[in-house]
Design a protein around this ligand. Structure first.
Ligand code: HEC
Ligand code: HEC
Ligand code: HEC
Length: 87
C-alpha cells in the first residue's frame, strides 16, 4: 500500500514537470501560446534541445529574435513586427 502511494506521488511530481502552461507570459509584454505552438508545429525541437522540452538554455532576447521571429518570417506566418509581440 505504502509503495503504491509513493509511486502515485512520484507520478504526480513527474507530470508537474512534464507539462508547461498553455500560455506563457514572457518578459517585455510578450504572451506566448505554448500549447498552440506545440499543436501546430508538432515538433518540440523547433525550440527545445530535445522532445522532452523543459527550460531552454539561455532563453532571452537573442533566442526570441532569432528563433521565434525567424520562423515567423521564414514561414510568413506569425508576428514579425515589434508591437505584434511586445504588447
Ligand atoms: C515554438 C517554440 C516551442 C515549441 C515548439 C515547444 N516549446 Fe516548450 N517552451 C517554449 C518556451 C519559450 C518555453 C519557456 C522557456 C523557458 O522558460 O526557458 C517553454 C517551456 C516548456 C516547458 C516548461 C519548462 C519549465 O520548467 O518551466 C516544458 C515542460 C515544455 N516547454 C515542453 C515542451 C514540449 C514537450 C514540446 C513539444 C510537444 C514543446 N515544449 C514545444 C517554447 C516551445
Ligand atoms: C517553427 C516555427 C515557429 C516558432 C519557432 C515560433 N513560432 Fe510563433 N507562430 C508560428 C506560426 C506558424 C504562427 C501562426 C499561427 C496561426 O496564425 O495559426 C505563430 C504565431 C505566433 C503569435 C501570434 C499568435 C496569437 O494568436 O497570439 C505569437 C505572439 C507568437 N507566435 C510568438 C512566438 C514566440 C514568442 C516564439 C518563441 C518563443 C515563437 N512564436 C516561436 C510559428 C512559430
Ligand atoms: C516574435 C516575437 C518578437 C518580435 C517580433 C520582437 N520581439 Fe523582442 N523579444 C521577444 C521575446 C520573446 C523576448 C524575450 C523575453 C524573455 O526574455 O522572456 C524579447 C526581448 C526583447 C527585449 C528585451 C531585452 C532584455 O534583455 O531585456 C527588447 C528590448 C526587445 N525584445 C525589443 C524588440 C524590438 C525593438 C523589436 C522589433 C524590431 C522586437 N523586440 C521584436 C519577442 C519578440
Amino acid at each position: 500500500m505504502k509503495k503504491t502511494i509513493i509511486a502515485l506521488f512520484a507520478l504526480a511530481a513527474f507530470a508537474g514537470t512534464a507539462f508547461a502552461a498553455d500560455v506563457i507570459e514572457l518578459k517585455k509584454g510578450v504572451t506566448f501560446k505554448h500549447k498552440a505552438h506545440q499543436e501546430s508545429l508538432k515538433d518540440c525541437t523547433k525550440c527545445h534541445a530535445t522532445n522532452a522540452g523543459g527550460k531552454i538554455e539561455g532563453f532571452g532576447k537573442d533566442f526570441a529574435h532569432k528563433t521565434c521571429k525567424g520562423c515567423h518570417s521564414d514561414g510568413k506566418k506569425g508576428p514579425t513586427s515589434c508591437k505584434e509581440c511586445h504588447k
